[in-house]
Design a protein. Structure first.
Length: 269
């Protein structure tokens, strides 16, 4: 519905949202454990079957976006592990492989995916939520941070492995639930009594994947990070964008994460 604009590029695909829930019930008001919980059962199998995904972790849960045209492959890949439902008129209806088998061909094994460079800025981040009824109280500050407080993007070469800081702010509103990721310095600009976080108030560090715009066509980018973190049982939030992918891990575990990813890079050469 947005008017055409020379300043806006739109990917030539329609994407569908997958959410993985336990016992058929979505979590309410609890923090997600991140991509590590679904790395082996969802992310890795889809990468093996050439399915490109976008990942969006929020304060409440995690979402995987897949292209609509890839739905037959997605259903056939995940049906052995999950009961799969689609939403129709607000109701969850079971989906069977037979319903989406038209034109399905089992893909050939994928070649080894490209391992993209990984950077770890020194910036510390907070993962937060806010009650919808208090959103007007911080609306002006949100607009300022989103549109007026950022610096022009810096060119990041593939060889630059260390960054002093990074500008990153994520705001999502999904079915009434608000999720915000911001750096610890930006958080100080907001009223502390309106932003809600976990009882531990932990801070997060970022691992950023990609030395040049990743686009939406390549598969296996999320798996590059999710699989080694899952093997080490390290929780993470993950946010895909056109230019880079971003994984947030607990601050105290960043050294172990960097070591794991460096070992993976070296073993794949």
């Amino acid at each position: 519905e947005l008017p055409p604009s020379e300043f806006m590029q739109v990917a030539d695909s329609t994407w569908l949202v997958l959410s993985v829930v336990s016992n058929g019930r979505a979590p309410s008001g609890c923090q997600a454990t991140g991509v590590t919980k679904i790395a082996r059962s969802v992310i890795a199998p889809l990468a093996e079957h050439h399915v490109s995904v976008l990942m969006l972790s929020t304060y409440q849960t995690d979402f995987i976006l897949v292209r609509e045209r890839d739905l037959p492959v997605v259903i056939h890949t995940l049906a052995g592990e999950f009961d799969i439902y689609k939403e129709e008129s607000g109701e969850c209806v079971p989906v069977t492989c037979d319903e989406v088998s038209n034109g399905f061909l089992k893909p050939k094994p994928a070649a080894s995916p490209t391992l993209h460079p990984v950077q770890s800025p020194q910036t510390r981040f907070c993962v937060l939520t806010v009650a919808p009824d208090t959103l007007p109280a911080i609306a002006t500050m949100l607009i300022d941070v989103l549109f007026y407080s950022h610096s022009p993007p810096r060119e990041a070469g593939a060889g630059s492995q260390d960054l002093d800081s990074i500008t990153f702010f994520s705001f999502s509103l999904i079915e009434g639930y608000i999720s915000i990721v911001m750096d610890a310095e930006t958080q100080k600009r907001f009223p502390s009594d309106l932003l809600l976080t976990s009882s531990t108030g932990e801070l997060w560090r970022m691992v950023r994947i990609g030395g040049q715009p990743l686009g939406f066509d390549e598969c296996g980018i999320v798996a590059q990070i999710a699989e080694p973190l899952a093997a080490a049982d390290i929780s993470a939030y993950y946010i895909s964008t056109f230019n880079f992918d971003h994984a947030l891990v607990p601050e105290e575990g960043i050294a172990e994460v960097i070591q794991l990813l460096q070992q993976r890079q070296e073993s794949s050469r």
